[in-house]
Design a protein around this ligand. Structure first.
Ligand code: ADP
Length: 202
């Protein structure tokens, strides 16, 4: 089974593109979903986090106070590193477990992740697909999707890998600046290519 990694900055269109691959029957794993699951109440990672930071890191219902955790790790690099050391191996393990569904007949699956290139997740993939739009489009689409200001989105983009650097690491680029029909056509042709290439080599 081959794994194609799909990444891109915030608002570039990862979720949109992954839905288009899914229309061709492609199975996918979203690293963000996995990252949320590993810190659910009852999971060992959440117990480790509350032991490390103290009980105030939990909300009244026992779930993780994500806003508080984000504040703490943005303030302190060593805390961010501690958290990454705890979570990254657990996330990686859970991703691997989900990448191979039973009774799946296609030769490849997708791993969608905003941090594919920044973490060791890229070691799990055979090919890298980058969804790309200009920064201004990223800002415009994210602002109309989320409850964020353009300035907040700009700060998030600045904390992510720069566009040029990301593009250099791509095996394939999906230009999502135009309409969704154009992107759909590109997805269809990439899917055909992966089906052909991975069928021949597996
Ligand atoms: P990501 O998952 O990378 O953050 P999304 O797929 O959620 O990005 O796309 C960001 C926003 O832009 C969404 O509201 C989505 O519906 C919209 N969008 C995505 N692709 C296009 C496109 N080609 N044209 C217009 N809007 C788009």
């Amino acid at each position: 089974m081959r794994v194609v990694g799909l990444t891109g900055g915030i608002g570039s269109g990862k979720s949109t593109v992954v839905r288009q691959f899914a229309e061709h029957g492609v199975h996918w794993v979203d690293a963000d979903d996995v990252a949320r699951d590993v810190v659910e109440p009852g999971k060992p990672a959440l117990a480790a986090i509350s032991e490390h930071f103290g009980g105030h890191i939990l909300l009244e219902d026992g779930s993780l106070n994500r806003a508080e955790l984000r504040t703490l790790i943005f303030q302190d690099e060593s805390e961010r590193k501690w958290l990454e050391r705890l979570l990254h191996p657990l996330i990686r393990e859970a991703i691997i477990a989900r990448l191979h569904p039973r009774d799946y007949e296609l030769p490849y699956t997708l791993l969608v992740s905003p941090l594919l290139l920044e973490t060791d997740q890229h070691q799990l993939v055979d090919k890298i697909v980058v969804v790309d739009v200009p920064v201004e489009v990223q800002i415009e689409r994210t602002v109309s999707r989320d409850d964020n200001t353009a300035d907040q989105v700009r700060r998030i983009i600045e904390a992510q890998m720069p566009r040029e650097e990301r593009l250099k690491k791509a095996d394939y680029v999906i230009d999502n600046a135009a309409g969704t029909e154009q992107t759909k056509a590109r997805v269809a042709s990439l899917h055909a290519r992966f089906m052909d290439e991975f069928q021949r080599t597996t």
